[in-house]
Design a protein around this ligand. Structure first.
Ligand code: SF4
Ligand code: SF4
Length: 437
């Protein structure tokens, strides 16, 4: 018998955006669509300046194996194609489209069959992004060789208190999520679907049971609950928790036959199959005490932060704000309001600058708190020292590459050490110096 201790932290609960259905954004004048998703894919434009497009027109094609098909989020005219900064500080090509307010759209062709090959092609053609595995979704299913996925988990919930997109889709778009999950089951070897909720959302799990009992016959599924502990929705932790298997340097999710999708990917899959819609929008939670309309939004690809802030409104207008893309432990503070929302933006937190208490780090007091919470069983204190000493062998020995950058160590550190930021740099340093053994 193996004893497994799942570490992590309980985050303060924030239910301000829970139970609010998605609000579509009002039409904007300009959309600036990024052609590279950080850590995911790169695409190249296939339209020219001056060309007219409709919502759903293919505007960028994949570059190499990890590329993505990108579709226009609006009908209008291509005004420019130029390099611009993205939310992670990189530069990439963007396509600037001016809205012509004609609301014309073009769909994907009708799907010909429901075979696994056709369904996988539909994932590729719809431009679906896997925000869990961080890759274009079709990559996971198109190159499986003789292996297959035998367990399919659908994440119906979040643990991050500033993101509620999956639980909102599970609650308000249940039919599409359930159908999309079935399409995912068709392209795997999973004998049934496992819907995963945190134990705080038993109500939606009960709604799902009732819905399937009422609407669907022959729908083989299970429901599993996980504790509402951060970062349990991380795919590495989730796989250990639900399948009892560990993904490491020598194995991949495919090797152990586990695939994890989200309510959002099921929703997109259903729309692509049943309504022939490519992905042109992203579901995003916008939160923060100074936000008038905090909630969940369906945001077209390429809307700028500035337009978003204008749309949701601020209670106190004449204050400096801090805008964080991602959750409070892992997200990035943004320095440029021209940056566009992309297909991997999940949440945005807007804070008044004085809400954000800047503290400077002090010396490590060796309290061991960071070690106690690290969900990957690492020693963040020693890793930080090894990085500052540029001791690459020690970084290897302490398994720096298994750090999932969750931020738990920094969150609990009484000395406010910038551990996570340093460990991100340490992973990069280690990869460059030893190939990330
Ligand atoms: S950021 Fe890395 S070292 Fe820190 S708790 Fe998370 S996994 Fe552990
Ligand atoms: S939590 Fe902070 S102070 Fe405590 S051992 Fe870790 S780095 Fe040092």
């Amino acid at each position: 018998m193996k004893l497994i201790n799942f570490k992590g932290i309980y985050l303060p609960k924030n239910d301000k955006t829970k139970g609010i259905d998605f609000t579509p954004l009002r039409p904007m004048n300009f959309y600036n669509v990024p052609l590279k998703l950080p850590n995911i894919s790169e695409s190249e434009p296939c339209v020219s300046v001056g060309e007219e497009v409709k919502e759903g027109t293919l505007i960028a094609k994949p570059v190499g194996k990890f590329g993505l098909k990108i579709y226009s989020p609006v009908s209008g005219k291509v005004l420019n194609i130029f390099d611009k900064i993205t939310s992670n500080g990189d530069y990439c090509k963007h396509i600037l489209i001016m809205n012509d307010n004609k609301n014309e759209y073009v769909d994907l062709p009708e799907i010909e069959s429901f075979s696994d090959v056709t369904l996988i092609d539909r994932i590729r053609d719809a431009g679906m992004v896997d925000n869990v595995a961080k890759m274009p979704t079709f990559m996971k299913y198109a190159y499986t060789g003789s292996k297959s996925y035998k367990k399919l988990f659908i994440l119906m919930d979040e643990i991050d208190p500033n993101c509620t997109i999956n639980q909102t889709l599970a609650e308000f778009k249940m039919g599409a999520v359930v159908n999309g999950a079935k399409y995912f089951m068709n392209i795997t070897n999973a004998p049934y679907i496992t819907f995963v909720f945190t134990d705080k959302n038993k109500r939606i799990a009960n709604m799902l049971r009732e819905y399937i009992a009422k609407e669907k016959k022959n729908y083989d599924y299970r429901i599993k609950f996980i504790p509402n502990k951060y970062p349990f929705t991380n795919p590495y932790i989730l796989t250990r928790l639900l399948a009892g298997k560990r993904v490491n340097k020598k194995t991949s999710f495919l090797d152990i036959g586990v695939t994890i999708e989200t309510a959002e990917s099921c929703y997109n899959f259903c729309r692509a199959v049943e309504f022939n819609k490519p992905v042109t929008r992203k579901m995003v939670t916008i939160d923060g005490d100074n936000v008038i309309r905090r909630g969940n939004f369906s945001i077209p690809n390429g809307v700028s932060y500035e337009s978003l802030v204008d749309f949701v409104g601020l209670i106190e207008k004449n204050v400096d704000i801090k805008l964080i893309e991602g959750n409070l432990l892992q997200g990035r503070a943004q320095y440029n309001k021209e940056i566009s929302v992309s297909l991997n933006t999940n949440s945005i937190v807007i804070m008044k600058y004085d809400e954000f208490y800047e503290e400077y780090e002090t010396n490590c007091i060796s309290c061991g708190k960071c070690v106690k919470v690290c969900p990957m069983g690492l020693n963040p204190e020693r890793l930080e020292i090894a990085y500052m000493d540029e001791d690459n062998d020690e970084l290897d020995r302490l398994k720096i590459q298994t750090c999932i950058e969750c931020g738990c160590c920094s969150f609990v550190c009484p000395s406010r050490r910038y551990i996570t930021q340093r460990l991100k740099d340490a992973k990069f340093y280690n990869k460059n110096n030893s190939g990330g053994k």
